[in-house]
Design a protein around this ligand. Structure first.
Ligand code: HAM
Length: 433
């Protein structure tokens, strides 16, 4: 019988061990920054009732119309969806647990999201977002602070220059007036609209502005601009946001065509974009969503947040050559089996007591082949617990790598008493850090 070959689901990737250090580095760096701004972690399930997203993200969005992994729970008939984004889920949880009762919340999350899109570079069906939501605060100070926090993250991660685009979607009444004007304008130019635009004309005309169709660009360029429909309050909101972001020395561009693909936004929307990743150059998107808490059944409360695509951020770091090198092993212990294996295992324990990352060679093999493994492990030091050395109550230690800027202990192989070995090696390692 032919052996069956199993593969992963299209558009969903394995994270292989060689990529673990960069993922861990990105998340821990981002979290370190988030904590400096008072954000706390929240985790919500990967599955939600479908209504959370149809109501939250909006019925007439690409995500809800075409991209959700939804199914009926065969046990009880519930309609469920693998989360395509996390803002709606976080707001659902905040409402359910009354987290805004008499207070505000600053929350962060990271994890897999699912969208049934056409997979390509930077666009996957399972991808990972790291995001944050600030709830119960009216802004625009908080909106500006989020932008400052993101600028700090890009610096901490070393992603190179990324461009900030901002826009305002105004208040609900202003949007309604703009919407009417847009419909009238597109109706008058119906012959230029493609099928997608015709379908959206009365349901979501704003999204027509987002079209990638080159034949519609001139039409879209000349369409009525929301900026012309903004009242004093919305203008003041945007002006203050611009003032604060400029004061922090952050460059930005106002892009009046930035509308975002989710329905819950008002006032501030923004994206951070790179030209180094081809078509999928948006590494982060976000904005203000004051109507969402109420839309999902809570007492009205404002909100603003963002999510970054971690695959894209990591690819960008690789692109600009900024991937930190982090080995997985500090010390590799080789031995001759039997009593020396026991001593090697115990030395491994003593080293780990001191916080050192150790691999004790598993099983037995020639010292030569164990040395090969030691070298390949990335360890700084190899420890020999061989029969000769153990007979003298010693092990010997040898440095495996050179460090141009420092003198390294054990550059020459050297004997150390077993009782002293763990402390001596831990100190030698500390000197290299
Ligand atoms: P979004 O713009 O849909 O916003 O997604 C945010 C980021 O997730 C994108 O900028 C991109 O980097 C990444 N992303 C989206 N789809 C994919 C995909 N198929 N493959 C790889 N990366 C992807 C939201 O999801 C909002 N919840 C953001 C937000 C939070 N707004 C307010 N709070």
């Amino acid at each position: 019988m032919a052996k069956e070959k199993f593969t992963g689901v299209k558009g969903m990737n394995d994270m292989l061990p060689q990529d673990a250090p960069i993922w861990q580095h990105v998340v821990s760096t981002a979290v370190e920054v988030l904590e400096r701004y008072g954000y706390q972690e929240i985790r919500t399930p990967i599955l939600e009732n479908t209504r959370v997203f149809t109501r939250g993200v909006g019925e007439v969005t690409d995500i809800v119309e075409k991209e959700m992994y939804s199914f009926t729970d065969s046990m009880n008939g519930d309609q469920l969806t693998l989360r395509p984004e996390c803002t709606s889920a976080v707001v659902r949880a905040v409402n359910e647990h009354n987290l805004l009762y008499g207070t505000t919340q600053r929350l962060w999350y990271w994890g897999p999201m699912f969208r049934h899109e056409r997979p390509q570079r930077g666009r996957y069906r399972q991808f990972h977002q790291l995001g944050a939501e600030a709830l119960g605060m009216e802004g625009p100070d908080v909106d500006a602070e989020i932008i400052m926090m993101l600028a700090r993250m890009w610096k901490a991660l070393g992603v190179g220059p990324v461009k900030l685009e901002m826009n305002t979607l105004g208040a609900q009444e202003e949007r309604a007036k703009h919407r009417e004007a847009l419909i009238a304008y597109f109706e008058a130019n119906k012959d230029v609209l493609d099928d997608d635009a015709k379908r959206r004309l009365y349901t979501n005309p704003l999204r027509i502005l987002d079209t990638k169709n080159p034949d519609m660009q001139a039409l879209v360029e000349a369409a009525p601009k929301l900026l012309d429909f903004l009242g004093d309050e919305s203008r003041a909101f945007l002006n203050r946001l611009e003032e604060l972001v400029s004061a922090a020395g952050i460059e930005y561009e106002i892009n009046p065509r930035l509308v975002r693909g989710l329905d819950y936004y008002n006032h501030t929307v923004f994206e951070w974009i790179t030209d180094k990743l081809g078509a999928q150059g948006t590494i982060c998107g976000g904005g203000r969503y004051d109507p969402l808490v109420e839309m999902l059944g809570g007492k009205p409360a404002p909100g603003v947040g963002f999510a970054m695509g971690l695959e894209r951020v990591i690819e960008l770091m690789r692109e600009v050559g900024n991937v930190p090198v982090r080995t997985q092993t500090d010390v590799y212990v080789v031995h001759h089996g039997g009593e020396t294996q026991k001593a090697a295992l115990l030395l491994g324990e003593s080293l780990r007591d001191l916080g050192v990352r150790v691999i004790v060679h598993p099983g037995t093999a020639s010292i030569k082949s164990q040395m090969k493994k030691a070298d390949g492990s990335g360890a700084e030091f190899v420890v020999f617990a061989t029969e000769d050395e153990m007979a003298e109550g010693c092990v010997s230690v040898k440095a495996l790598r050179e460090h141009a800027d420092r003198t390294v202990a054990f550059a020459q192989q050297q004997k150390v008493a077993v009782s002293e070995a763990a402390r001596t090696i831990a100190e030698a390692l500390a000197a290299l850090r």
